[in-house]
Design a protein around this ligand. Structure first.
Ligand code: NAD
Ligand code: ZN
Ligand code: ZN
Length: 340
């Protein structure tokens, strides 16, 4: 099968012919129809994070397709089922976190396209216990971004603790952010979209944002949000530069919560006095559990959210990565395998 492989961290991906993985007991094989390209794939290929993937590996954790083979013992999914393989590839199922709906925190988890090969390939091996099931009527290209960008922002919005009718800032309007705007609206929130380019702010407006703020000058952005709204009740940070995180503390109103999902390497300054006196909450949020994933897919199935996706070919993955790095992509790029 054809696959995009990371040969060395920091090197361009190579399109290689590699063997189709064989099903083992308890696994299923999926023929890939589409796979979104997440900024995490770029962090993975660059080796940006403290825990590095082992090379060579195949990235991609927004792969969707149909089940074409069942390993022995698999009796609860069917050949031909339309499914997606999310970041959370598998977990132990027994630890405290797995037992309480927090399988995303399992210390023994495997991550698709990171610790185990992912969706930038014509076939993907998966654990059927952790698949997302695609709603009828949701096509593969539209479904792919929900497998990571969708579930991650939907869960992150829950974690922001913003209630219907309250203000939520979405900081960074890329692959994750453009879906976050729509989930937040569908969840009844008032949305303040924050981005550095007017093109992204225009997209946010089109997708339902109630207010847009340009953050090229972070002090002005803070002032605008405080003057007009008295601060937001909560915020979701999807941006890939560290300055956006420090800025977001300034966007919050008293008692506000910010949920961090963007993962640029490094840290950001946290003013202790403000956090204490305003009783702010700064919280990390990592993808979502299986129920979050199914709910996120259902929102897309019911057309309450729709990814703004442009399709491209596996062969163009290095160009897609450089556009992603440069912040040039509006919405999500989805690799279309019908188009290889
Ligand atoms: P993306 O490149 O599509 O979008 C990031 C956006 O942030 C871009 O539009 C960029 O212009 C914008 N941005 C950068 N600096 C900004 C600033 N100072 N102010 C406002 N906007 C700014 O990337 P993506 O696929 O949406 O992923 C975003 C981040 O989320 C990545 O770091 C990725 O690894 C991470 N991520 C985390 C999880 C999780 O579970 N926590 C899941 C998926 C992705
Ligand atoms: Zn992702
Ligand atoms: Zn576990």
């Amino acid at each position: 099968m054809k696959a995009a492989v990371v040969p060395q961290l920091g090197s361009p991906l190579e399109i290689r012919e590699v063997p189709v993985p064989e099903v083992t007991p308890g696994t299923v094989l999926i023929r890939t129809h589409a796979c979104g390209v997440c900024h995490t794939d770029l962090h993975a290929a660059n080796g940006d994070w403290p825990l590095k993937p082992t090379v060579p590996f195949i990235p991609g954790h927004e792969g969707v397709g149909e089940i074409v083979a069942l390993g022995s013992g698999v009796d609860f999914v069917k050949l031909g089922s339309r499914v997606g393989v999310p970041w959370l590839h598998t977990a132990c199922g027994r630890c405290e976190f797995c037992q309480t709906g927090w399988e995303t925190l399992c210390a023994r988890q495997q991550c698709t396209g990171y610790t185990i090969n992912g969706g930038f390939a014509e076939y993907i091996l998966a654990d059927p216990n952790y698949l997302g099931f695609l709603p009828d009527g949701l096509d593969y290209v539209s479904a792919a971004p929900i497998l990571c960008a969708g579930v991650t922002t939907y869960k992150g919005l829950k974690e922001s603790e913003v209630r219907p009718g309250e203000w939520c800032a979405i900081v960074g309007i890329g692959g994750l952010g453009h879906l976050a705007v729509q989930y937040a609206k569908a969840m009844g929130m008032k949305v303040c979209a924050v981005a550095r380019s007017n093109e992204k702010l225009d997209l946010a407006k089109k997708l339902g944002a109630d207010m847009v703020v340009n953050s090229r000058d972070t002090s002005l952005a803070i002032q605008e949000v405080q003057d007009k709204l008295g601060g937001v009740h909560g915020a979701l940070v999807t941006a890939v530069t560290n300055e956006a995180f420090g800025m977001t503390i300034g966007l919050l109103r008293r008692k506000g919560t910010m949920a961090l999902v963007g993962l640029p390497p490094g840290d950001f300054p946290t003013p202790i006095f403000d956090v204490v006196l305003k009783r702010l909450t700064i919280r990390g949020s990592i993808v979502g559990n299986r129920k979050d994933l199914q709910e996120a897919l259902d929102f897309a199935g019911e057309k309450k959210v729709a990814s703004h996706a442009k399709t491209d070919k596996l062969e163009n993955i290095n160009q897609i990565f450089s556009d992603l790095e440069a912040g040039k992509i509006n919405g999500r790029i989805v690799l279309d395998f019908a188009n290889l």
